[in-house]
Design a binder for this molecule. Structure first.
Ligand SMILES: O=c1[nH]c(=O)c2[nH]c(=O)[nH]c2[nH]1
Length: 313
């Protein structure tokens, strides 16, 4: 969403500013009558686009919403949420609060990352109040304008996936600097980041169902992961990270109709063949698709965004 309408002319110069609070960490527990407890941990960032130019050019702070107030609001709103809600719904609630409560605020941007605390099972039974930390984060970004225009995006950060076969890279461009051999057999590993934008454009078009965004997040995550791996027995061949990324994004758009665009970032984390030999060429370790040197740098970086023709980016 272009935020150009927040540029003003001050003393003959274009001026654009925002202020907010980053890394506000809050955790919330909800307790059910039946003894089951629910837990989330959020890292919240708030940014306000507001008419407070006076504070930049004079000592008039009267239009500044203090960033300390923003921080307190996160805890106050978390307290008010007596029913469990998705991270997206919490971001919408905060964005709505700041945009509608302050006359000088024209736009609020709320970004939240949720840690993946998952309920543990003990002896095969889900534990009432025990959680363990998974690796990936569920992220969201909500932009809410005074005009009522809303933009909701969600994402996944740090989802590490790897397959030990069904990946290759052949027939790529070669020149005098190319050393990489072609292969139809390699490890494919990435730490995926995904973000997608919902087509909802106002508060009224947001589905009211309590777990709507959480369910959609889990659907998208499953589509991405299932497409990466393919069926459990035979898998699916990946001729390049680019091809697999495109298939993943395409499947999300074709299956989840409320999503208008999806961006995927898939670093190619190389597992190099372990070939070790002595100075006189005696092999100590000969690579037979069994021993690898894991690396995380340098890594390939592959990123693309796929959106419906009708969507505004
Ligand atoms: O899937 C791949 N895509 C690339 O662009 C690339 N480049 C490279 O060296 N290896 C790979 N693998």
């Amino acid at each position: 969403m272009a935020l150009d309408d927040d540029v003003v002319v001050v003393n003959g110069l274009n001026f654009e500013q925002r202020h907010g609070k980053e890394r506000v960490r809050v955790a919330r527990v909800w307790r059910n009558q039946d003894g089951r407890q629910f837990f989330v941990e959020w890292n919240v960032g708030i940014s306000l686009l507001s008419d407070c130019a006076a504070a930049y050019v004079s000592d008039d702070n009267s239009d500044i919403v203090a960033t300390d107030t923003m921080k307190n609001t996160v805890y106050a709103k978390a307290k008010e949420c007596s029913d469990q809600l998705s991270v997206e719904d919490f971001a919408i609630l905060l964005a709505k609060h700041f945009t509608l409560s302050y006359k000088q605020v024209t736009t609020t941007i709320v970004k939240i990352a949720e840690k993946s605390w998952e309920r543990v099972s003990v002896n095969g039974q889900p534990h009432n109040h025990g959680f363990k930390l998974g690796s990936e984060k569920h992220t969201t970004e909500v932009i809410f304008k005074k005009s009522g225009v809303l933009q909701v995006s969600s994402g996944i950060e740090g989802l590490s996936v790897l397959k030990t076969t069904q990946s290759g890279f052949e027939r790529f461009h070669r020149d005098r600097y190319t050393a990489l051999p072609e292969t139809r057999e390699r490890i494919l590993a990435t730490e995926m980041s995904a973000s997608w934008r919902y087509s909802f454009d106002s508060l009224y078009s947001i589905p009211k169902r309590q777990c709507y965004f959480t369910e959609t997040y889990l659907d998208v995550k499953k589509l991405l992961v299932d497409t990466f791996f393919g069926p459990p027995k035979e898998g699916v061949y990946s001729p390049s990270v680019q091809y697999t990324l495109y298939e993943m994004a395409k499947n999300v758009l074709s299956r989840v109709h409320v999503i208008s665009s999806v961006r995927l970032k898939m670093p190619n984390l190389h597992f190099l063949p372990a070939n070790i030999s002595t100075k006189d060429n005696r092999s100590i370790v000969k690579f037979e698709h069994d021993v690898y040197v894991p690396t995380d740098e340098p890594h390939g970086s592959i990123e693309a965004c796929l959106s419906r023709l009708s969507s505004k980016l």
